[in-house]
Design a protein around this ligand. Structure first.
Ligand code: G4P
Length: 284
């Protein structure tokens, strides 16, 4: 499910987040482990300033296992409690549960000091579209199905799912808007398949993807496909020839080759890759 992010949608999503935030004590923010920075909404930090935050690097199964620890370290230095997760197979889920328990305990103790007793601790899940919010809620809640809620600003009745030990989870996740002002963010979101492909032309996007991989993982694309070329455009042409994607007249079909590359990138056929490094690790 994708949303075209017009300013009106962003305003609605922001309002919905602000309303939901009033109801909860803890916010679990999901980032995509392949692009932790580009999948992060910086506004959440100011919006949820007074809330306890748990940050999850979801889809860690698709990200470079050598780079995820760098991101964990970088997020930890910001005071977050980052946890890598594969919400599909539940790898990392017990660490998430422990973090929620610890945050709830902290909040409960604070309540007790203020004389508040037996109040359930409430939390919500937030993140940009396709980051895995519904999958995560389903994993966390067990059999209870989470409603899909990728429509910013849609009025809804709040329902709570009990996670046990007096911790309740808001059943619909908060939708966060990506930072489109930076074109690189848009490109990275499109590369992992998080935003609609038509937004950027397939061949141009594939070129950007190849350029990014050449920078982050030199030689990977050439090696994987057995292709040659001095730049991204030539590499796509070479891929079209190697994979025999040709148009009617026998010309290489670059659009099909580009789509093939993007599909492979998104399903990790080229290996587990992380497309960006934390700022301190840039140039490593
Ligand atoms: P959202 O609510 O944030 O929009 O995301 P949602 O849970 O719908 O997940 C979006 C896609 O990401 C789904 O794939 C889901 O299975 C996949 N996904 C979620 N978490 C993980 C993870 O940790 N690892 C991996 N590899 N994938 C994850 P889909 O192709 O849209 O659907 P389907 O293939 O599951 O049917």
């Amino acid at each position: 499910m994708n949303i075209q992010w017009y300013p009106g949608h962003m305003t609605k999503a922001r309002r919905a987040m602000e309303e939901d935030l009033k109801l909860v004590d803890i916010v679990v923010e999901l980032l995509d482990a392949r692009i932790p920075s580009s999948s992060r909404n910086p506004d959440l930090r100011t919006m949820a300033q007074s809330k306890k935050k748990i940050v999850i690097l979801n889809k860690a199964d698709l990200a470079d296992p050598a780079v995820t620890p760098l991101w964990l370290e970088s997020l930890r230095s910001e005071g977050c409690e980052p946890i890598p997760l594969d919400a599909r197979s539940n790898t990392g889920l017990s660490a998430v549960r422990s973090a929620i328990d610890a945050a709830a305990r902290e909040k409960r103790e604070r309540d007790l000091r203020r004389g508040i007793k037996n109040r359930p601790i409430r939390l919500m899940v937030a993140g940009i579209p396709n980051v895995g919010k519904s999958t995560f809620i389903n994993s966390l809640a067990g059999k209870t199905a989470a409603k899909t809620g990728d429509k910013p600003g849609v009025t809804r009745g709040n329902q709570w799912i009990s996670l046990g030990r007096s911790v309740d989870l808001l059943d619909t996740p908060g939708i966060l808007w990506p930072r489109f002002e930076d074109p690189q963010v848009g490109i990275r979101l499109a590369l992992i398949g998080s935003i609609r492909e038509e937004v950027l032309e397939t061949v141009l996007l594939a070129r950007e993807g190849i350029r990014l991989l050449e920078e982050r993982y030199p030689g990977k694309v050439r090696e994987h496909y057995g292709i040659e070329g001095s730049d991204a455009a030539e590499l796509i042409g070479s891929l079209a020839r190697v994979r025999h994607t040709v148009k009617k007249g026998g010309e290489p079909d670059e659009e099909r080759a580009a789509a093939l590359f993007l599909n492979d990138l998104r399903r990790s056929a080229l290996g587990r890759l992380t497309l960006e490094l934390p700022s301190g690790a840039e140039g490593e």
